[in-house]
Design a protein around this ligand. Structure first.
Ligand code: THU
Length: 162
């Protein structure tokens, strides 16, 4: 038996002003998108903004449903929209943030496993790293260089029969 350690590296910024200007801009789009969430049941409003390789920005927000599992996270709404609109254009960056109506979110929002898997698929499809920016309403901001580091030991198409 031997142990292996999987590492995740991310840059931590203390506030928005410290972020590079292009990431601040993308984060503003995500913040704006969060205000358009349909979060009738959780009241947790999430926004995502994807910068495509053609310079376009596609946003998404979480969309909930009375049948809870029918709802979809902001990240997947944005990713599926971007892929549906521009199927051949790689994703360069995604910014994700959220609004907690009870008290301002002080930690960066953490994308769920399904969203990480979906983003990983597009990273693989284009062979192009997707930078990830995670923010709360205040406090630190995390910046990762790709989705793969958010989802170590990932299931991918190589496992599937030929
Ligand atoms: N949610 C997202 O949209 N993205 C995340 O990264 C975390 C969770 C949504 C799903 C659901 O509408 C609500 O937040 C509460 O889980």
């Amino acid at each position: 038996m031997r142990k292996i350690t999987l590492e995740t590296e991310m840059r931590v910024y203390d506030n928005r002003e410290e972020l590079p200007e292009d990431l601040q801009e993308l984060l503003r789009h995500a913040e704006d998108a969060a205000t358009r969430a349909y979060a009738k049941y959780s009241h947790f409003q999430v926004g995502a903004a994807i910068l495509l390789n053609n310079g376009k920005i596609v946003t998404g927000s979480n969309q909930e449903n009375a049948v809870y599992p029918c709802g979809l996270c902001a990240e997947r709404v944005a990713a599926f929209s971007a892929s549906a609109m521009y199927p051949e254009v790689p994703f360069n960056k995604i910014a994700i943030t959220a609004i907690n109506p009870d008290e301002p979110l002080k930690v960066p929002v953490s994308p769920c496993g399904s969203c990480r898997q979906v983003l990983f698929e597009y990273e693989q499809k284009f062979g192009h790293p997707i930078e990830v920016v995670l923010a709360g309403q205040e406090g630190q901001i995390y910046h990762l260089q790709n989705v793969a580091t958010l989802l170590p030991y990932t299931f991918h198409e190589g496992f599937l029969p030929k």
